[in-house]
Design a binder for this molecule. Structure first.
Ligand SMILES: Nc1nc2c([nH]c(=O)n2[C@H]2C[C@H](O)[C@@H](COP(=O)(O)OP(=O)(O)OP(=O)(O)O)O2)c(=O)[nH]1
Length: 144
């Protein structure tokens, strides 16, 4: 009997390419999968959610901010050892949250990440990105 291929989980993940004043928000993962590598804020799409709903939810949870989600940057698939990730990235901007009297754009706070950094597009390749992000980073470098 041939040994069966191990079944690798496949997850749909969304990432926010948040641009402000020409700089791109980069987030370094904490402990766990892809620990210490840089990524775009976001996460897995849950059952019943559209990708853009998932992205808005994840950014609110991770950074405490509202985002306006724009066009897709790219969709690529990467097979990690334990999981295959299909990552869809979207151009995003921080959105104003209306309070009683003002519309306020909040500063992102790293509730779940080890570190945040705003980088010029040309500098993005100085960071150690999660492997699934490399194609998106290359596009963002040329188009942001
Ligand atoms: N949010 C996000 N995740 C990414 C990116 N690139 C990339 O490979 N990933 C991977 C890391 C995780 O395996 C998965 C997203 O999981 P998650 O952020 O929702 O949740 P998690 O830390 O609990 O993930 P996990 O430990 O269960 O794998 O996609 C990216 O740019 N943004």
């Amino acid at each position: 009997m041939p040994t069966p291929e191990p079944v690798r989980r496949h997850v749909a993940v969304v990432g926010a390419v948040i641009v402000r004043d020409g700089l791109v928000l980069c987030a370094r993962r904490g402990p766990g999968s892809q620990a210490g590598l840089w990524e775009f804020p976001g996460g897995k799409v849950e059952a019943g959610e559209s990708p853009t709903e998932a992205l808005a939810r994840e950014v609110r949870e991770e950074l405490g901010c509202a985002v306006t989600v724009g066009d897709e940057v790219t969709t690529t698939t990467h097979a990690y050892e334990a999981v295959t990730v299909t990552l869809t990235t979207y151009w995003c901007s921080l959105a104003a949250t209306p309070d009683a009297t003002h519309a306020t754009v909040l500063e992102p706070i790293p509730h779940e990440h080890a570190e945040l950094a705003w980088l010029a597009p040309a500098e993005l390749d100085r960071l150690a990105w999660a492997p699934a992000d490399i194609p998106a980073v290359e596009l963002v470098r040329t188009r942001a």
